[in-house]
Design a protein. Sequence first.
Length: 187
Amino acid sequence: MRSRRSRARGSMMLELVIASALSVMVVALLVATQLGALREYQRALNRNTASRSAYNALREIRSLAQQSVQASVGAGGTQLTLLPPQRDANGAIQLPIQPDAANPITLTVNFATGTLTLTSGGNSRVLLTGVSNRTPQGNTYSPFTTRLYAPGALALHVRLSVRQGTGTASTTAWFEETILLRNPTEQ
């Protein structure tokens, strides 16, 4: 009788060890799955942040460019100078339309710091951070270019490669936009 009991105790102990080991494996798999889901969630948040930030910066550039009468690119395509139209004391555009060279708007991409900065009226502010000097495919690019398609048809092409996040959760997004100046003057 005693040997049956000791065998039963031994088999119960073995069952308990096996059940515990299986439980540990199931918990480890659940934790690994959860960590993978959290990493992917962080990547999605980084992509969303990059997209939203770049969209807001491009929207502001578009608004400024469409109001401008001249656009010129300098510093190897990393600097854009926009000249708004001259206005009278009431803020109305003076006719004939002429560029206001006294109040330029400058957009500068600094790849070393990864920023896109807007300077207007002596004030500077960062429009976008995380600007990369490489496209997602690894090529170099010029953020700003202009092209005169015909007299009175000046287009500004803006390209930005934006990196968000760090480590394995980082992502790089590419943004391009072509903006027609509404009232360009001859440069």
